[in-house]
Design a binder for this molecule. Structure first.
Ligand SMILES: O=C(O)c1cc(=O)[nH]c(=O)n1[C@@H]1O[C@H](COP(=O)(O)O)[C@@H](O)[C@H]1O
Length: 234
């Protein structure tokens, strides 16, 4: 049974064993799992198969960014592994995103395809250094609109931008938001952060949480604490 939880736990680990050990302490009825660059580069598709075998839906977070044909092929490969969600960088542009979407449609693949806008670790100064002289919020709006018009099912953004994107792109447009910090956690390297409840209230549809759960002494207890924070705000 697919979960209806908005929580996606980021399995940012350097080995398959460590990732599966964490997965075994979590419950597929209460969260989805995200496999990112470090884990996938080390373990390859085996990790996706192993997580599917344990009943989890998987967000394959490889943030593809390349010429349209290459990204379309990569997205197809991810979807054929049966992942629930895969992402590309909106900065790769409209033709790249359209090619990826068309490839999925052509093969009848229903994996959610979303686009990363501005990373939650970035602030205005970081954008300025790469030649983008607008605020993160303005850049997120621009890239989210482009993603929406290019057929993406949603975006990755900071929860601080979810409310505005709900107005611009609609309720049904997925807003997958990392940089989530429950009241018991520290921000670390994240900059544009928000609590889980505030994020849902702002319009986030999915919440990506990594270290507050995976580095907790008891990950299931941390997950439960987040669920309680979510329930309390209702
Ligand atoms: O695409 C992502 O998932 C992502 C985009 C973004 O803008 N910021 C961001 O933190 N992430 C990912 O979300 C996770 C956040 O982990 P924690 O900071 O440990 O909660 C990491 O796996 C990041 O790679």
């Amino acid at each position: 049974m697919p979960t209806d939880s908005p929580l996606i736990i980021a399995l940012d680990y350097a080995s398959l064993d460590a990732a599966l050990c964490m997965a075994d302490s979590l419950d597929p009825a209460r969260c989805r799992l995200k496999v990112g660059k470090e884990l996938f580069t080390r373990s390859g598709p085996d990790v996706v198969d192993a997580l599917h075998g344990r009943g989890f839906e998987v967000f394959l977070d490889l943030k593809f960014h390349d010429i349209p044909n290459t990204v379309a092929g990569a997205v197809q490969a991810a979807a054929e592994q049966g992942v629930w969600m895969v992402n590309v960088h909106a900065g790769g542009g409209r033709r790249m995103m359209e090619a990826a979407k068309e490839r999925l449609q052509h093969h009848g693949l229903s994996t959610h395809l979303i686009a990363v806008t501005v990373l939650t670790s970035m602030e205005a100064e970081d954008l300025a250094e790469v030649g983008v002289n607008v605020t993160p919020a303005e850049q997120v709006e621009r890239l989210a609109l482009l993603a929406s018009r290019s057929g993406m099912d949603g975006v990755v953004c900071s929860a601080r931008e979810s409310a505005r994107l709900r107005e611009l792109c609609g309720e049904g447009f997925l807003k997958v938001t990392p940089g989530i910090r429950p009241s018991f956690a520290i921000a670390g390297d994240q900059r544009r952060v928000m609590t889980p409840r505030d994020a849902l209230n702002a319009g986030s549809t999915h919440l990506v949480v990594g270290r507050p759960v995976t580095q907790a002494k008891d990950p299931m207890e941390a997950l439960t604490a987040i669920e309680l924070e979510l329930a309390e705000g209702l």
